[in-house]
Design a protein around this ligand. Structure first.
Ligand SMILES: Nc1ncnc2c1ncn2[C@@H]1O[C@H](COP(=O)(O)OP(=O)(O)OP(=O)(O)O)[C@@H](O)[C@H]1O
Ligand SMILES: [Mg+2]
Length: 299
């Protein structure tokens, strides 16, 4: 069992009369990729804002490596150095004049040497493919470019835990794949990653663990294949079974895939399973294959 790097215990937070989260507990294990899924309004953003100390719970405790977070200057600096948060809306995050200034602000603020800051910022800009935008004022960026700049700012801090709120929303396919690649590299380098999303396919494909958030509380947490297979239970949380799992189940039900075949997690894994079945079918019916290809078995 890996150690919890960050924990939430019985957190409660209200926005006036509206419950944001209500008695929420969650353990985030070191070095894991956790997806937090939930419908609009479930409380994902409210929870994440607690995990880096932006919000202070009305009751309950946030713990960093088993130590309760303190909300004084030193406590918040320690928390935010260890835990980076990329906001859902990049306009809530970006504030400095240019992209370069914005991405370098955090590392400078925690007192890193200028050379180290320069190196980290260059790496982050390159990783998010926005080096060419370095001198652009942040208010003169497209939404997806702002999103990339906000992610670069968090990455440049080199946090132990990187938390991203709907990171893929607004990214084009190239941005999506680059971010997936970057998250893989950060994970391989030992970072703990947390992504909040209602993109069930992303969570199913990417995460080691999935936590389902409903009405401000975690209602399920575990292996993606255990947590994300029950259509009725997910519908209760305003969510759907990921399409890959759904199609694989239909193919099993109608006998195209064997009942014991391991569940595919990605589009490519599903395609490979179907292609393998097609090959089995071809081997079993050489006469049909030769008709289909127009080739005789002899010639
Ligand atoms: N600034 C606010 N003022 C009042 N209520 C708020 C505010 N922000 C969120 N809420 C309420 O708190 C609850 C949780 O909202 P939250 O933004 O955490 O949900 P979410 O899961 O992040 O949703 P989404 O998928 O839309 O981003 C909702 O009922 C929401 O209406
Ligand atoms: Mg949100």
């Amino acid at each position: 069992m890996t150690r919890a790097v960050l924990s939430a215990r019985e957190l409660t937070f209200r926005y006036g009369d509206v419950a944001g989260i209500a008695g929420l507990s969650l353990e985030i294990s070191e070095g894991r990729r956790l997806a937090i899924v939930g419908a609009n309004g479930a409380g994902k953003t409210t929870l994440l804002l607690h995990l880096n100390g932006t919000n202070r719970p009305a009751s309950g405790t946030v713990l960093l490596r088993d130590e309760p977070v303190t909300y004084d200057r030193a406590g918040l600096t320690a928390l935010r150095t260890a835990v980076g948060l990329v906001f859902q809306n990049p306009d809530d995050q970006l504030f400095a004049g240019t992209v370069y200034q914005d991405v370098s602000f955090g590392p400078l603020n925690i007192g890193l040497a200028e050379g180290v800051v320069r190196e980290r910022v260059e790496e982050a800009l390159e990783a998010l493919e926005i080096s060419h935008l370095r001198d652009r004022p942040t208010h003169m960026l497209s939404y997806g470019q702002k999103k990339r700049a906000a992610i670069a700012g968090a990455v440049a801090m080199g946090p132990d835990v990187l938390i991203l709120d709907e990171p893929m929303a607004g990214l084009d396919p190239s941005g999506f794949w680059h971010l997936m690649g970057l998250l893989t590299r950060l994970h391989e380098a030992g970072a703990t990653l947390v992504v909040a999303t209602h993109d069930m396919s992303l969570a199913y494909e990417w995460a080691d663990e999935v936590a389902v958030l409903r009405d401000g509380a975690i209602v399920a947490h575990g292996d993606p294949q255990d947590v994300m297979h029950d259509p009725a239970e997910l519908a209760h949380s305003g969510l759907r079974v990921p399409w890959v799992a759904d199609v694989a189940q239909t193919l099993r039900d109608c006998g195209v895939l064997p009942p014991d075949v391991p569940s595919p997690r990605t589009r490519d894994e599903l395609k490979e399973l179907i292609a393998a079945r097609c090959r089995v079918g071809e081997d079993a019916r050489p006469d049909q294959r030769s008709r289909a290809t127009g080739l005789s078995e002899l010639g």
